[in-house]
Design a protein around this ligand. Structure first.
Ligand SMILES: [Cu+2]
Length: 117
C-alpha cells in the first residue's frame, strides 16, 4: 500500500512538471494545447493571421459563429472543420511539426498560423 502511494506521488509530480510547458497560462494540470478561440461575425473573423505556438497532438478550436462555414487547416494531410452557428468546439489532430495555416476560404483570410512544435 505504501509503495502504491509513492508511485502515485511520483506520477503526480511528473504530471505537474510536464504541465510547465513554458507558457504562462498555468491552467491546473491539463496537458496539451490551450483552445484557440475563433469568432466569426458579420463577415469578419478574429483573430486574423495571429501566430500561435502549439504542440503536436490535439488542437481545439472554440468557434463562435453567426453562420455556418468551414475552416481549412493546411496540415498534411489537409483538414477541414465544418462549423455550425453558435459556439462549438472542434478538435484537429496535427502530428507533424511545422507552420500550419488555418484559413477561412469563404472570407479569404488566414485566421491563425499554428507553429507546431
Ligand atoms: Cu486553405
Amino acid at each position: 500500500m505504501k509503495r502504491l502511494a509513492t508511485a502515485i506521488t511520483v506520477l503526480l509530480l511528473a504530471a505537474g512538471l510536464a504541465g510547465c510547458g513554458g507558457d504562462s497560462g498555468g491552467d491546473s494540470g491539463s496537458q496539451g494545447n490551450d483552445p484557440i478561440e475563433v469568432t466569426f461575425s458579420g463577415g469578419d473573423v478574429t483573430p486574423k493571421g495571429e501566430r500561435v505556438d502549439v504542440s503536436t497532438g490535439t488542437i481545439t478550436f472554440d468557434v463562435t459563429a453567426d453562420e455556418p462555414g468551414t475552416i481549412h487547416v493546411h496540415s498534411s494531410p489537409e483538414q477541414e472543420i465544418s462549423y455550425e452557428s453558435g459556439t462549438h468546439s472542434y478538435d484537429v489532430e496535427i502530428d507533424k511539426p511545422g507552420v500550419v495555416e488555418v484559413e477561412s476560404h469563404d472570407l479569404d483570410v488566414v485566421i491563425v498560423q499554428l507553429e507546431v512544435k
